[in-house]
Design a protein. Structure first.
Length: 545
């Protein structure tokens, strides 16, 4: 028997029981991490060049990727440790590890020391998974989960705006602010110390706030009456994974935000198995059923996610390098060969930091406003096809910024960033939504989540060094567009790969914006379905209803 019922949108639940104070403290702990991680982006290339490394773009890629790689290798350990000693202690240890990493990088005098600092910072930080666990344990009612799980991605987005501004404005202050900082002074000897010390101060504040005011949420380590709190666990409650912690919130298909801070509603199907007397029984899962989870659609969408992650990380790594690379003034749009585009834009670190921060604001707007509208008007599948087909354009147009006259450089930059964000911000969540829809059963969703997280982590790790290596080769032959077009070629592979993604009848999916003005309280919610099977062991007869 198949039961179907409509969900209704009854508005936002009362905030009386929502742990607002605890989420505020947790947000302070959370925002310090993206600030610390992204602050290095505007000056990583210049730092490596200052160390005397020949292929600075390649080694800058290794420096960026090392944090993500070491973090992904140790996050499972930190998640397990948080089960044994409590969430709060592991969270504070992660913050301390990041603070130690910042100090090491800030006072580095060679590439090896800076790389060691990044590796140690990643290895000592498993906070992404632990924070997900804390969020899940703070929320005692399922109706609060959409609001709770939208807070941390929003906080992360704010941090990625603040971080590049700190890194860009404060890096090498003796050069940027010669009247305030002497070349022979402390910050002249350690040009990268100031932004890292400011970020370390952020981390110290988060440690102090967490130590004094953040409650322990692990049920086995709560004090007093809090230890008896029981959660209402439903099939909608996201399972918490400590795996896949990288330089962004990571993949978790079991959450309802899908990499955004918007709530995504889609129909849920439950499978109940009953005995003839009406009592429930444990669902049976044969070996054949276990093998069915790796369907062609799951594999193809995972490949699509990997391709997206790769070229997206290439873009993020190449952007500040291209901005700061030497500008060749005698090259113009009319006089240049289509495949001979030497140099970059010649911007300073302060300008790059401001541009990357504005880029974060653009991404925030698109995520809050454009994504829900696109999902509503076009649907998930058509949005996926559209952004995948158009994505190569975002890579092929960037090198031509070097050919623009000075007065058109900034309009060109923000046009390119807007196009890229429109495609990238829409692409990521729709792939995750389609991947979850492709899951044959909730019982195998964890495996699909692990596969997607592993694919994303692998591509995030290899993309920056490869992109940096290609950029270095492009500099040698007078064509810095080589790395951009190579990443664009990967995006083109994603276009051809569309033909191999099986399309099934799409489910009704509703994206509810974080902005109240865009939320429609009268919108019809997707239907939930329950399949009921009555199993009679004595007669070996199954009755599926």
């Amino acid at each position: 028997m198949r039961l179907t019922w409509k969900k209704t949108n009854n508005g936002t639940p009362s905030d009386d029981d929502f742990p607002t104070t605890q989420f505020f403290i947790l947000s302070i702990c959370r925002i310090a991490e993206p600030v610390a991680i992204t602050a290095i982006f505007p000056y990583a290339w210049l730092m490596v060049k200052g160390f005397g490394m020949h292929d600075a773009s390649f080694y800058a890629g290794i420096l960026i990727a090392s944090f993500s790689l070491s973090e992904s290798l140790t996050s499972l350990f930190w998640g397990g440790l948080s089960d044994r000693i409590g969430r709060k202690q592991v969270l504070l240890l992660g913050c301390f590890g990041t603070m130690l990493s910042l100090i090491m990088v800030g006072f580095s005098t060679n590439f090896t020391m800076a790389l060691a600092g990044r590796i140690i910072g990643g290895a000592l930080n498993g906070n992404i998974g632990v924070i997900q666990s804390i969020v899940g344990e703070l929320v005692t009612k399922p109706e609060y989960e959409p609001k709770a799980y939208s807070i941390m991605p929003f906080v992360w987005s704010i941090g990625t705006i603040i971080g590049p501004a700190i890194g860009g404005l404060l890096a090498d202050p003796a050069k940027s602010y010669p009247n305030q900082f002497s070349r022979d002074g402390f910050f002249g000897r350690y040009p990268w110390a100031l932004p890292n010390l400011v970020c370390a101060a952020f981390m110290l504040i988060s440690i102090i706030c967490g130590f004094f005011w953040l409650d322990e949420t692990h049920p086995g380590f709560r004090q007093g009456a809090d230890a008896t709190v029981h959660h209402d666990i439903t099939e909608q409650t996201p399972m918490i994974s400590a795996a896949g912690a990288n330089a962004d919130p990571g993949v978790d298909l079991r959450r309802d935000s899908f990499g955004t801070f918007n709530e995504v509603d889609m129909p849920k199907t439950q499978h109940w198995e009953l005995n003839p007397d009406g009592t429930s029984r444990a669902p049976s899962l044969s070996e054949n059923d276990r093998e069915k989870w790796l369907t062609k659609k799951v594999v193809m969408l995972t490949v699509a996610l990997g391709l997206y992650t790769y070229h997206s990380m290439c873009y993020d790594h190449l952007l500040p390098i291209f901005f700061q690379d030497r500008r060749i003034d005698h090259v113009t749009v009319l006089g240049a060969s289509p495949i001979h585009i030497p140099g970059g834009l010649g911007l300073n670190t302060k300008d790059v930091g401001v541009i990357l921060s504005v880029n974060g604001v653009i991404a925030l707007f698109i995520q809050a406003v454009i994504f829900p509208l696109a999902a509503e008007r076009l649907g998930i599948w058509r949005t996926f096809v559209m952004v995948t087909i158009l994505h190569p354009v975002a890579f092929f147009i960037v090198p031509y910024l070097a050919l623009l006259p000075e007065n058109l450089v900034y309009p060109g930059i923000y046009t390119c960033l807007t196009i890229r964000n429109l495609l990238s911000i829409l692409d990521y969540p729709v792939i995750l939504i389609l991947l979850k829809q492709a899951s044959p059963s909730l019982s195998v969703l964890g495996r699909i989540n692990g596969l997607a997280a592993s694919a994303g982590a692998a591509c995030r790790t290899v993309a920056p060094p490869i992109a940096g290596l290609l950029y270095g080769w492009g500099q040698e032959i007078g064509f810095t567009g080589l790395a951009w077009w190579a990443a664009g070629a990967v995006a083109i592979v994603g276009v051809f790969q569309l033909w191999f993604v099986p399309r099934e009848k799409s489910q009704t999916t509703i994206v509810k914006s974080i902005l109240p003005c865009l939320d429609n309280p009268n919108e019809e919610m997707p239907s939930d379905v329950v399949d009921i099977t009555v199993v009679d062991d004595e007669d070996d007869d199954d009755f599926h209803m």
